[in-house]
Every structure is written in structure tokens, then in C-alpha cells.
Design a protein around this ligand. Sequence first.
Ligand SMILES: Cc1ncc(COP(=O)(O)O)c(C=O)c1O
Length: 477
Amino acid sequence: MSNPIYQRLADNLDDQIRQGIYTNGEKLPSVRKLAQQQSVSVSTVLMSYNLLEDRDLIEVRPKSGYYVKTPLKQSFEAPQLKHGSVTPKLVSTSQLVMDVMQTSSMAGAISFGAASPAADFPIIQQLKKSFGQLVRSTPFLGQGYCTHKGDEQLRRMLAQRAADGHVSVTADDIIIASGCQGAIGLCLKALCKPGDIVAVESPCYYGLLQLVESLSLKVIEIPSDPKTGMSIDALQLALEQWPIKTVLGVPNFNNPLGAQMPETAKKALVELINQYQISFIEDDIYGELGYTHQRPRAVKSYDTQDRVLLCSSASKMLEPQLGLGWIMPGRYMQEVEYQRFLSASNQFCLPQMAVAEVLNRSSFDRHLRLARDTYRGRRDHFFKLISEHFPSDVRLSSPQGGYVAWLQLPAGLNATELYFEAKDHGIIVAPGEIFSSNANKFKSSIRLCYSKAWTPAREEAIALLGSLVQAKINHKD
Ligand SMILES: Cc1ncc(COP(=O)(O)O)c(C=O)c1O
């Protein structure tokens, strides 16, 4: 069932406010005018405005109208790439990544560190039930190896769901892998040899940087805009200067910015890839988690020469412990299939069968609708808390899907120190320096995950983080 009209109208306005189309203090269209523009009733518009008031995004001024009320400026500029300004580097990620990973699951910690999904969705019970039924009814052990590309039924389900992102594939075009990380690892191994250059977004999810490091590849970091993702102009400039072997990116609701690449940029990206006859490894792990309910297209849907390797997993939309990822490798099928054989021809079938069951049910569509609405609500509350408790010169990205956001602290403030100070209080964040091969690049930023339900303890943790930031600013002055 789709959302009521008033809610969709409110969501559109919400997006426009967060994207800075309506700025702080600006008057919104009058109720009558908006009703005319949108061909809806006056009462529908009033209900939308009421909802935006509840979200604390607008306020009504008696006898004047509705005004935007966004106390925190929620955008910042991406740095530009200039000719000769960056060179490919061997990645040198630090112990800090492992520290963040270990402490994120520390007992008693309040974690905004790891990008894990919420665990309070009914689909988890459904999944447990499917596991139970399969264990009782299906001879999954004693059957030898699972089919070499992975469970056929799961691949059929994935092919059906790919159509939502306008990707046309069959079960035969898909390979099951160990999580999205494993899927991308297979693609990198299939496409590159040590010393080759891979273009990545900047900031880039640290797991991908580590993966590149482990394969002795070099990265070139392409600036990412907090709203629109990887800069296509900067990528073009990099392609002109360097023999880039492949490009790796997260076009839909990326990690860590939550950026969403516009459709025109997706097309332009495919054109560049075709022009340079290289490939694009598309990490679409958050693609199903957009807040507008309309699943965005995958870059692969524009792929005219089969050069896009689409990777994803069940980790963000369902459950990370399943360790279940997949690849639609296009023209590179043979090479990726060989890498899959080398690395994991013996994957356990049961989780694949259970996920195939869950994806096959209309309850999964219901789950996605619930997850999208829930994460959107949690994001809104997160914004409110940051506005209340953080200094006003902090800049926040404005994710339209997924559940991570990027916080840029005032210049010069050391976010790695903040990470350790917060950790002493049992609060975990992800420090910006792990999102680049250059440890100084994002030294004043942090990434926060807001997927979990807000509890008084989590709210207090945000307030404490805000006071730690303020104390550091005071100390600096
Ligand atoms: C953008 C991105 N890609 C890949 C991964 C890894 O996914 P998986 O747990 O399925 O290996 C993550 C996990 O945080 C991620 O954010």
C-alpha cells in the first residue's frame, strides 16, 4: 500500500528543505497556492504542513504563513580535484579500523560506529522460522557441494528483484558470494593485478579501502559530494591522467555520506566507462533502503556494454550474519566465476535457501516499506538531537536512504581524539580518518550510524558527544 498523498507531499518538501532548496527562515508556498500547484485539497496541504511541524522542520507564524526552521546547516561542499592534485597511493589503513570494529560490538557500549541494521523488525522472526522449517524438511547436509554459482532459487529471486532497479538479468547471470565485501573482492581479483589503480569515492567506506589494500592495489580518491556522490568531472580528469583499471563506487545512499547519485550522473558514468573501456564495480548494498519508496535505478540499468559488475548483499536490508552477497558481473562472468571457485566453492547452502524463502514472500516488500519508514524517522530524530546538542557550526550530510550520516566538525578539531574520548565514556563513533588513504584528509569528521531505535540512553549519548565536541572547541579557543 502506498503512502497517503499528504505524507508524500510532506516527504517531498522535507527532502527539498534538507537539500537546501528551501533555506532556513524562508517562507513556504501558501496553503492555497500549494494546493493548486499540486492539484490536491487545502486540507491535504494542511496535513502535510502539520507533519512537517511535527518533524520540527517548519513553524507557523500567525497571520503570515509557514516558514522553514532548520537550526543546523546541513550541507557542505565537496573538495574539487585539480590536474596533478592527487596521485595514486598504496592504501595504508591503520589499526584504528580494527579498533572501531572491535569496540562497536563491545558489551555495554552505545555504538553509532558500525553500520549495522536495526534488529527490531518482524522479518527477523520470519527468517528464523524459515531456517527452522528448512532444517526439519530439507536435506541440506550430505548433498555435496552447493551449485557452483550458489542456490538456484535464491538467484531466481534476486533476478526478479533486480528488475525493481531496472536491471534485466536471469538467475544464470548471478553468482552468490560471501557478503558484499566478498563479492567486491572477487571482482577486484578478477579485474586487477597488484599495482593496478582503482578509483574510489572520497570519503570511501573503510572496508573497501582495506580490501584494496589487501590486494596491493593503488587507489585514486575521487571527491564525493554529500548530496550527489562521486564527481563525474573529477573522475573524468583522473581518467585523463592515470591508467585507471576499474572504478568502485556506491551510487545509491553511499557510506559514509548517504549521497544519492542523480540519474544523469549515472548515465554519464556509464559513458565514461565505455569511453575508456574499463569497468565499474557498483556496490548497491543500500539501494533498497531509499526513503521515498521508489527504488532508485542501479547504474547497471544504463549499462550498454555490460561493463558494470553489480554487487550487493543481504547485510543491510536483512541481516549481516547471513554473510550472503551476490554479483551480477556482466561481461566478466567467466573471470569472476573462476575467482569464486578459487575462494569459496564450498559455501553453506542453508542461509541461501532461507533467504530465497524470505525474498519470495510479500512480507519482504512489507519489511522494506517498514524499514524505509523506520530509518527515515530515526534519521529525523537524529537530526533533531544533533541540532539540539551539537555546536551550530557543525555540518551534517543529509542522507535520503540507508542509515549513516557524516558530520563535519569545525576545522582543526581532531575527530580521532574525540573518538578515543567518547570511547572512554562507552560511546562509539567512526572517526573520519579511516575513510581515506590519507589520514589527515577527514581528520575533523565522524560518521554516525542511526539505525537503532532511539532510547533515553542513546539520546543521552548524543548529548554527551555534543558536549565533548563543545569542550574541544572551547579548549582550542
Ligand atoms: C558500502 C558498503 N559496502 C560493503 C559493505 C560490506 O558488506 P557485507 O557485510 O555484506 O560484506 C558495507 C558494510 O558496511 C558497506 O557499507
